[in-house]
Design a protein around this ligand. Structure first.
Ligand code: NDP
Length: 286
């Protein structure tokens, strides 16, 4: 049976370290503060917001909520971001996406100062994945995947990694992070031919498709590690990942559960990045 790589364990380690850094900042009179910008009250955003607030509180990060009506105009959102950019008491900003259809997301990305972009959405943050002088932060979910592998001592250098998904939120940034860690990478997507074969030849499979339980027994071999980023709901309404867990856990060496895997670590990474943003802003190495 596969070892289950529980996110809670990783999250606790990240939160403990973050909390010590936050306390050191507090002693200097600095409270690491995150602005959360939300348009409307969609259930997914509210659930993520509750999780993020809980994790931030545990790490010693203050949260300020900026809630706009779903129909608010583009300019109102841009004005809110401008206020956050200029508020020296706010170190970091998370803007819930997808934004309503009348909002031009590219203008929102361009408006936020990369130094406060702890969710890795600005061009400055994305450039930082390629260039040492980037100003922002990696998106939280790709970093959560790397944190999980590191926490459980799963080596990346020289390993064959098959990554399924090439979105700007998960797949593309994660690909750059894996290359930076010396993995040998195969990137798959909806046009990939013979996906099971590409998975079987890997030491580590990372799935981020959002297709419920699409990776079955034919995708796996012994001694593999599987990181399941996907979040979907099956026909019984249960949250599931991209991986058919019952099939995979009979075969592979280790895998992350859904729920309780990558998603659990993502909000801890967010809190840690807020503290990092505060340290950078005040020129502190914690
Ligand atoms: P997107 O829909 O933007 O991207 C999905 C990717 O998967 C695309 O590259 C797509 O290929 C690929 N894909 C879709 N179907 C297949 C298939 N049948 N075979 C191979 N590749 C396929 O999703 P996101 O990247 O935003 O999110 C991916 C998943 O991760 C979702 O379930 C989301 O809920 C979850 N997620 C989880 C987070 C967490 O913290 N745990 C945070 C963020 C997301 P193509 O490019 O060709 O269309």
């Amino acid at each position: 049976m596969a070892r289950i790589l529980k996110g809670a364990e990783v999250s606790a380690a990240i939160t403990e370290k973050a909390r010590a850094q936050a306390e050191a900042l507090q002693r200097l009179g600095i409270t690491p503060t995150l602005a959360i910008v939300r348009m409307g009250d969609n259930d997914g955003d509210l659930a993520y917001e509750r999780g993020a607030m809980k994790r931030c509180a545990a790490a010693g990060v203050a949260v300020r909520l900026f809630v706009l009506p779903e129909q608010a105009e583009q300019q109102e959102l841009l004005n809110t971001i401008e206020r956050i950019n200029h508020d020296v008491g706010i170190h970091a900003c998370l803007i819930f996406r997808p934004l309503p259809p009348h909002i031009d997301e590219s203008r929102v990305r361009a408006a936020l100062r990369p130094e406060k972009d702890v969710d890795g959405i600005t061009a400055g943050s994305l450039a930082g994945l390629m260039l040492p002088q980037g100003q922002g932060f990696p998106p939280c979910t790709p970093r959560a995947c790397i944190e999980i592998l590191d926490h459980f001592g799963i080596e990346l250098a020289g390993k064959r990694v098959t990554l399924i998904g090439r979105s700007l939120v998960v797949g593309r940034p994660l690909a750059l992070m894996l290359i930076a860690r010396d993995a040998t990478l195969t990137i798959c997507h909806s046009r990939t031919v013979d996906l099971p074969a590409r998975c079987r030849e890997a030491d580590i499979v990372i799935a981020a498709t959002g297709q419920a339980e699409m990776l079955g027994a034919d995708c796996f071999t012994h001694s593999q590690t599987v990181i399941d980023v996907g979040i979907s709901y099956n026909s019984q309404g249960q949250m599931v990942g991209d991986v058919d867990r019952a099939a995979a856990e009979q075969i592979v060496a280790a895998l992350t559960p859904v729920p309780g895997g990558v998603g659990t670590v993502t909000s801890s990474v967010l809190a840690a990045q807020v503290i990092e943003a505060a340290c950078r802003m005040h020129n502190r190495n914690m």
